[in-house]
Design a protein around this ligand. Structure first.
Ligand code: GLU
Length: 502
């Protein structure tokens, strides 16, 4: 027996941003293909022209590229592969629709939308599940419409659709990798439209034809497509094609187990991107939404390479996967802690550039943009930030003098004697080498001489230099920020901060 080559696809419709559920579908297809020496392709399903959103294709492609999910064949690489854009393949679908019509497996339907609606209402009133009433099913296909009537309308060029003829009594069996055996009763399935009056195929026809022509071995997609699958199985049967293996992924849920929705948080990959999440932690997080490595495996942090190695379709669960943002936040923090400072440096540089373009700084630009400075800052801050962007926002005092001072810290730490103490200490600092040990020694000796606690200096100095009451070790922070800036900021704070009245 020849072994089937693994080929998977992600087939988004360009109707908006990439949903995190879409990212998971793309990722699982990618991991499964890569882990089995196969290919992963990207196909844009744009046959519903009314739902296309301007810019959606670019935003989908950008989000996938950002996440590191590189298709082997994609519309991004025209000429080399693909392009797989359904609207550019209309003649292909038409050919297959004609085949089904000729073989009496599909038929033309001229029912107007008003007629369809009327029949729908009637069936609803009768307590029936609405289905097409088969008014246009021809006499030689088990219906009552005369072929001559069909021909007359066709010759007159009247708008029509093409519907598949679903067999009346049949049980259809789906062997799904994740959901095992699922049965469908053919009588519950409508005579699905395959070709619309605008000449575009519907999703059902286009996806079956393309999955076949593109030799897709495994269709891995969201559970919302499960109910469409019997129609697809019938189409494979009509064409005499071997269906691919199907795997329907569980729904993504909010923590209250309702379906993941925009109302309870962000659902677009670009929102997470904009909030500063790294692709590494988002991919790691999304991979765990429905998949685990095995019973009793404690590991939660996975790189893309590890995921490719370990991902198994059989280990995707059936039940809904809860989207727990705290876990994503934890992964992000863990990712930053574990990432090499030089890699963080590359991520921080563009963020800093943007910040410096937006705001004036009193500091020396070339110093604070230098690798040495940034690496020292990263080392101090990497245990403290939640996002890479926080190196620049939360750690803004490494780049900008504080514009204000944390109010509660002023209340608590800025005492009557603080301005005088700091003024005197400034001249000590001026003669001190700005390195951790001499700074610490100088501060302690000064506190002792003035008979005050170290804290009477430590807290106000931190507030003066950073504007806030928390952060890395004070002496390390002073060393990195440097003498000139620290002295300037302390002087400014003495002038600006008013001692709170008790
Ligand atoms: N175009 C469908 C979507 O937007 C693809 C469904 C499938 O994977 O078959 O999700």
């Amino acid at each position: 027996m020849t072994e089937t080559k693994i080929r998977t696809r992600f087939a988004p419709s360009p109707t908006g941003y990439l949903h995190v559920g879409g990212l998971r579908t793309a990722l699982y297809n990618y991991l499964f293909a890569k882990g089995n020496g196969g290919s992963f392709i990207l196909r844009l399903e744009d046959t519903d022209q009314t739902r296309i959103v301007e810019g959606a294709t670019d935003s989908l492609l950008n989000a996938l590229e950002w996440a590191g999910i590189e298709p082997d064949e994609s519309p991004r690489k025209p000429g080399k592969y693909g392009p797989y854009v359904q609207s550019e393949r209309l003649s292909i679908y038409k050919k297959y629709v004609d085949q089904l019509i000729n073989e009496k497996k599909a038929y033309y339907c001229f029912s107007t939308s008003e007629e369809l609606e009327e029949s729908r209402q009637l069936q609803l009133k009768q307590g029936l599940q609405p289905k097409y009433n088969r008014k246009w099913l021809p006499e030689d296909m088990g219906g009552s419409m005369l072929r001559s009537e069909v021909q007359k309308r066709l010759d007159a060029g009247e708008p029509c659709v093409v519907r598949m003829k679903v067999p009346e009594k049949r049980r259809l069996r789906l062997d799904d990798v994740i959901r095992n055996i699922v049965w469908f009763e053919a009588e519950t399935i409508d005579d699905q439209v395959l070709l619309k009056s605008d000449g575009f195929p519907t999703y059902h026809l286009a996806s079956v034809v393309d999955d076949h022509l593109m030799e897709i071995s495994h269709v891995i997609r969201g559970e919302e497509w499960l109910s469409s699958t019997p129609k697809h199985l019938l189409l494979y049967e009509f064409f005499g094609w071997e269906p691919p293996v199907f795997a329907h992924l569980p729904l993504l849920l909010n923590p209250d187990r309702s379906k993941l929705s925009k109302r309870q948080g962000d659902v677009a990959v670009e929102d997470y991107q904009a909030k500063g999440y790294s692709k590494e932690s988002l991919v790691n997080f999304v991979a765990l939404l429905g998949w685990n490595e095995g019973e009793g495996v404690e590991q939660e942090k996975y790189s893309m390479d590890e995921l490719i190695e370990k991902f198994k379709l059989e280990r995707v669960g059936k039940s809904g996967a809860v989207f727990n943002i705290e876990k994503l936040n934890w992964l992000e923090k863990e990712y930053i802690k574990a990432t090499d400072n030089r890699i963080l440096l590359q991520k921080i540089k563009p963020l800093l550039e943007t910040a410096l373009a937006e705001k004036e700084t009193e500091m020396d630009r070339s110093t604070i943009s230098s690798d040495d400075y940034l690496l020292a800052m990263i080392e101090l801050m990497k245990e403290r930030v939640n996002f890479v962007s926080e190196f620049v926002s939360f750690g803004s005092y490494f780049f900008f003098d504080p514009a204000s001072y944390e109010e509660s810290a002023v209340q608590k730490r800025w005492k009557e004697n603080t301005p005088d103490l700091l003024s005197e200490f400034l001249s000590v600092l001026n003669d001190t080498e700005f390195k951790v040990d001499p700074l610490e020694e100088a501060l302690k000796a000064f506190a002792q001489e003035k008979e005050v606690k170290n804290a009477a200096l430590i807290h106000p100095i931190r507030l003066a230099v950073s504007g806030v009451s928390f952060g890395p070790s004070l002496y390390h922070m002073l060393e990195v920020i440097g003498k000139e800036t620290c002295l300037r900021r302390i002087e400014k704070a003495i002038k600006t901060i008013t001692v709170p009245t008790a």
